[in-house]
Design a protein around this ligand. Structure first.
Ligand SMILES: O=P(O)(O)OC[C@H]1O[C@H](OP(=O)(O)OP(=O)(O)O)[C@H](O)[C@@H]1O
Ligand SMILES: NC(=O)CC[C@H](N)C(=O)O
Ligand SMILES: [Mg+2]
Length: 505
């Protein structure tokens, strides 16, 4: 998953965007970038690594202007170590456009061919986001009349993007000399919210992947960007919005609620934290129904993400909740690290079990999800090493059996622990004495309770139902072939950076 943010302000935005990236860092740890706009000049700095490592004071000083966009990357296409694929991306025609993308296109190959053959555009990296930018640029060029853009042209171009692109895309872009553009794919798979700040010089607007960025930066959450909708804020701070898709249907990714988003964010009108509490409640229901024979002494979360669910599960069952694992706060999220070797090593560096909570006890460990099983395998073993008598394991999400093609990097079935295995086989694989998975309808109900009007959720990684309709067996096989082994070697991450000063007129 990536994090995107954009702001149109009346004062310099460099610090605001940097702070925003810190708030969205949990969505991507591999690369970071900021572009600001000063008149017709873009200032850009991006590179591999965490935001705090990519930006030094001297880089920040160069990021001049009152409007800007920024991105933190967790790669799903191309490779993790490529600093050339750090975002935002830039094209010089028409006008000069920069773009940051969260999500993943499912027709990248066809678009790449089309861009080259018909639109005469060259895409230089393996990133689907650079393809997306070139489609937008082409559509802007087509919709422009008399060498000047107006808002209607911009919305027409977004409609063109919706016609051509498949997959998931939440986008923030800037058009030099015009303003900031943001839009969401017709299914609203990836999140995007818009907020406002009233100032003496007039209103300022911010869009971001998660509301936590708005809260912390002093903006008030207005609403989610609708699926298929585009928002444009011009340089003077005037706000425009329009539905640009033919048949939008909100189908947000449920994995945002399970794992990705910060608990203090509200997306699609649903508090992520409250949804995780409800996941715990539903899981407790299942334990009462089907696992009442388990003699659980204590419920222990696997920090960080599973904490609210584990807490509520313990409350519901009337069992003690204890923090048995201590997390090293200086180690990032292991699931979004590139390469299995580094993920595996990081679990033990990150989590340490305290014997005092385990010795002689029957413990129920609760995690939000089991994906590759990297965490659960080691955690069960660690609990035994410090003296647990019985180790039960519960997952607040159902088994992850299908690849995610919409922005979460789990593209191959072979790497998913649950693919082709029964619950009993998985239990044996992770070495637990019992394994309890949330049922899919219970997960959906837990999330939907926060906003009952949401028509459906993208649950493809649990049930293989891909809303965009183009994810065939052949597509998955091709993806698996191209992605296996990619991102296995993150060497050099954190070292390469790119600076640009782009004057467009
Ligand atoms: O089965 P796996 O492949 O191990 O993936 C699932 C685990 O990865 C995530 O934790 P992560 O350490 O990334 O982040 P967290 O601190 O937010 O829980 C998630 O919360 C699970 O614990
Ligand atoms: N996780 C994401 O949103 C990834 C964005 C884009 N597909 C990339 O690989 O850079
Ligand atoms: Mg975790």
């Amino acid at each position: 998953m990536c994090g995107i943010i954009g702001v149109v302000s009346h004062s310099p935005v460099n610090q605001l965007l940097y702070d925003g990236l810190q708030l969205l860092q949990h969505r991507g740890q591999d690369a970071a970038g900021i572009v600001t706009s000063q008149g017709r000049t873009f200032h850009m700095h991006k590179g591999s690594g965490l935001a705090r490592d990519v930006f030094r004071t001297r880089n920040m000083r160069d990021l001049l202007g009152n409007m800007g966009i920024a991105h933190v990357r967790y790669p799903t296409a191309g490779s993790a170590s490529s600093s050339a694929e750090a975002q935002p991306f830039y094209v010089n025609s028409p006008f000069g456009v920069v773009l940051g993308h969260n999500g993943n296109l499912t027709n990248t190959d066809a678009l790449r061919q089309e861009l080259f053959r018909q639109d005469l555009r060259h895409v230089n990296t393996n990133s689907d986001s650079e393809v997306l930018l070139n489609v937008l640029a082409h559509e802007l060029q087509e919709s422009t009349s008399h060498h000047r853009l107006d808002v209607a042209n911009i919305f027409q171009a977004v409609a063109g993007v919706h016609r051509r692109c498949r997959g998931a895309y939440a986008v923030v872009a800037m058009i030099a000399g015009y303003g900031m553009l943001a839009f969401r794919d017709p299914y609203g798979i990836r999140p995007l919210v818009v907020g406002k700040l009233e100032t003496e010089q007039g209103p300022e607007y911010m869009v971001a992947s998660e509301s936590v960025a708005l809260d912390a930066l002093g903006f008030t959450l207005l609403r989610d960007v609708e699926p298929g909708e585009a928002i444009f804020v011009d340089e003077a701070g005037r706000f425009y919005s329009q539905q640009c898709a033919q048949r939008p249907l909100l189908s947000p990714c449920i994995f945002e609620y399970v794992y990705f988003a910060r608990p203090d964010s509200v997306m699609n009108g649903i508090s992520v934290y409250a949804s995780r509490l409800r996941m715990g409640e539903r899981l407790a229901d299942k334990i009462r129904r089907e696992f009442s024979h388990l003699d659980i002494d204590v419920v222990i979360p696997i920090p960080d993400t599973s904490r609210p669910s584990a807490l509520q599960l313990a409350n519901e069952l009337g069992i003690l909740y204890r923090e048995g694992f201590i997390k090293n706060r200086y180690i990032g999220r292991t699931f979004i690290m590139p390469g299995q070797a580094v993920r595996k090593k990081s679990v033990r560096q990150k989590l340490n079990a305290m014997a005092v909570e385990f010795k002689g006890k029957n413990v129920l460990l609760v995690d939000d999800s089991i994906v590759r099983g990297t965490t659960s395998r080691q955690i069960v073993q660690m609990a035994r090493e410090v003296g647990a008598r019985k180790v039960y394991f519960a997952s607040a999400a159902p088994p992850v059996r299908f690849p995610n093609v919409y922005g979460i990097d789990m593209p191959t079935r072979a790497e998913l622990l649950a693919t082709g295995r029964t619950d009993e086989e998985i239990r044996r694989e992770i070495g637990a004495d019992a394994l309890i998975y949330q049922d899919l309808d219970a997960l959906v109900a837990a999330v939907r309770e926060g906003h009952p009007d949401i028509p459906r959720f993208d649950t493809s990684c649990f049930d293989g139902d891909y809303i965009t309709g183009d994810v065939t067996e052949e597509y998955l096989a091709r993806l698996e072939a191209s992605r296996s082994g990619v991102a296995a070697d993150p060497d050099g991450a954190g070292t390469r950076q790119l600076d640009l000063n782009l004057r467009t007129a």
